[in-house]
Design a protein around this ligand. Structure first.
Ligand SMILES: [Zn+2]
Length: 310
């Protein structure tokens, strides 16, 4: 198969501008029973394809990316956050990568996209952080964001996650050399900045009616997913438990996973549950808007994206 180098310059840079009229789809809303859920794109993170398949041969990796008509060397990871309205509560799930990383200049759009959607940051009552990697807490670390949030905003983070970042273990990860220090710094900045707002939970917490976070561990020891359930309908935001490559290959490990074997068990349990119950999944790093069903397919699974509703 021949390989054509794509022009990765984003379409908004070539043809449009950022803001409410931008030319890329960057937010998508669904209703789960009585609860509104909006997925918002923070942008994309270009990373080596090997980061999504650290335990896989180069031939197997190339075969998967060739089969998707993608480049073999670099893959643009989607980066999604979510906003959930349940009754009087408005809950933000994760915050994107922020602006501290020149290499990730094609992400960090979350705050701009929330504001261009007419969402006042001061209306957010609760924030859930799936885990404290910089692409999930970085948006909150941007200068000026804290001042726009209400002073009493509750930021829910698992106790295991807070404990882990006091002395994080990177011995099982496979990351470029510069990444662990950047992750440490972002996590430390987040805790320092929001110490008064952080509400720790153990195994699970009901953040609002029908909206609960529960610890899965794996990706980080305190990694959690968020279940949204109402009137018999359900969507789970799985954070970093599932990556684009994992529907076909649940056992492919990711270089950002602090316990890669545990991650395989976590994602298989999430896949099986979604396949059996028909619940929707959404994920931080599955192509925007990342909402879909999971079907069993041979030894693996098949992602069935939702039909967009207009
Ligand atoms: Zn992530």
């Amino acid at each position: 198969m021949s390989h054509i180098t794509r022009n990765v310059q984003p379409v908004i840079a070539r043809l449009g501008r950022e803001g409410s009229g931008e030319l890329v789809a960057s937010r998508y809303a669904v209703r789960i029973g009585d609860i509104d859920v909006v997925l918002i794109s923070d942008g994309v993170l270009p990373l080596p394809t090997s980061t999504m398949s650290t335990n896989v041969s180069e031939a197997d990796r190339n075969e998967w990316f060739d089969g998707r008509f993608l480049q073999r060397d670099t893959f643009d990871w989607a980066l999604n956050i979510a906003l959930v309205r349940s009754g009087e509560r408005l809950i933000l799930i994760d915050s994107g990568v922020g602006d501290g990383f020149e290499y990730f200049s094609r992400a960090g759009r979350s705050v701009m996209r929330l504001e261009s959607a007419g969402i006042d940051l001061a209306a957010i009552t609760d924030i859930v952080i799936t885990h404290m990697h910089m692409d999930h807490v970085g948006g909150l670390n941007v200068d000026g964001v804290k001042a726009k949030l209400r002073p009493d905003v509750r930021i829910h983070v698992s106790a295991a996650e807070i404990a882990f970042w006091k002395n994080p273990d990177f011995s099982r990860t496979v990351m470029p050399e510069a990444v662990p220090p950047a992750l440490r710094a972002a996590a430390a900045k987040f805790v320092k900045l929001y110490n008064e707002n952080i509400v720790q939970f153990d195994q699970s917490v009901e953040v609002a009616h029908g909206v609960s976070a529960r610890v899965t561990g794996g990706h980080t020891p305190g990694h959690c997913v968020v279940d949204v359930a109402s009137n018999g309908e359900k969507l789970t935001f799985v954070g970093d438990a599932i990556f684009e490559v994992n529907f076909d290959n649940p056992d492919w490990q990711n270089g950002f996973e602090h316990d890669p074997e545990a991650c395989v068990d976590v994602r298989i349990a999430l896949f099986d549950d979604a396949a059996e119950t028909g619940a929707l999944l959404a994920a931080a790093h599955v192509a925007f808007p990342s909402i879909g069903h999971v079907a069993k397919s041979g030894e693996g699974y098949r992602f069935v994206p939702v039909q967009w509703d207009y």
